[in-house]
Write a protein that binds this ligand. Structure first.
Ligand code: MN
Length: 209
């Protein structure tokens, strides 16, 4: 089964004014679509064909650079669309597991936001900022270059991403030009904390098995 470009769970203009419709449409139909097609082409006729994306990422060091770039690009954008919502923003309730873990591991929600923002702002060039949970159910923030991610066996710090922010210029340049800081600030208004909580719960349920 070849990988398929997922549909967005909302309209292209649904995240306005924070993320503009034109950027969202190009990002999905051109960039994410390109990674998906290039991944399928790079895997065609190789032993990786038909494997699950998580399995490919977990042993990415044994694949070509084309697979590394496009498997990352495919997975990262699938996650990105899901952790955004027009009904987002705010803070996860103090009753949720993710909020309890944020307060435990970063001291407060405000500290978490500062650290994540710093990771997004200091990633030089193209890449991603991540909130991840590790094998001991501890949260950490990291960033990665290009389309790498913390599921890859080559990652400096390995874990399961529960929130990711694309800081490639293609994610913001049309609307924010060079002002990555304004894009990162806008991101907090569209974070889908329900989805992030679900991903955190799923990752930890898996880790405990
Ligand atoms: Mn992107």
């Amino acid at each position: 089964m070849a990988f398929e470009l997922p549909k967005l769970p909302y309209a292209y203009d649904a995240l306005e004014p924070h993320f503009d419709a034109r950027t969202m449409e190009i990002h999905h139909t051109k960039h994410h679509n390109g990674y998906t097609n290039n991944l399928n082409n790079a895997l065609a006729g190789t032993p990786g064909e038909g494997k699950k994306i998580e399995e490919i990422l977990g042993s990415i060091s044994s694949y070509s650079t084309a697979v590394r770039n496009n498997a990352g690009g495919y997975y990262n954008h699938c996650l990105f669309w899901e952790v955004l919502t027009p009904n987002g923003g705010g803070e996860p309730s103090t009753q949720t597991n993710i909020r309890k873990a944020i307060d435990r591991d970063f001291g407060s929600f405000a500290n978490f936001k500062d650290e994540f923002t710093k990771a997004a702002m200091t990633r030089f060039g193209s890449g991603w900022a991540w909130l991840c949970t590790d094998a001991n159910d501890k949260l950490f923030i990291t960033s990665s270059a290009n389309q790498d991610n913390p599921l890859m066996d080559i990652a400096d710090q390995k874990g399961t991403p529960v929130l990711g922010l694309d800081v490639w210029e293609h994610a913001y340049y049309l609307h924010y030009q060079n002002r990555r800081n304004e894009f990162v600030e806008a991101f907090w208004n569209v974070v889908n904390w329900t989805e992030v909580t679900q991903r955190y719960n799923d990752a930890n349920a898996g880790a405990m098995k």
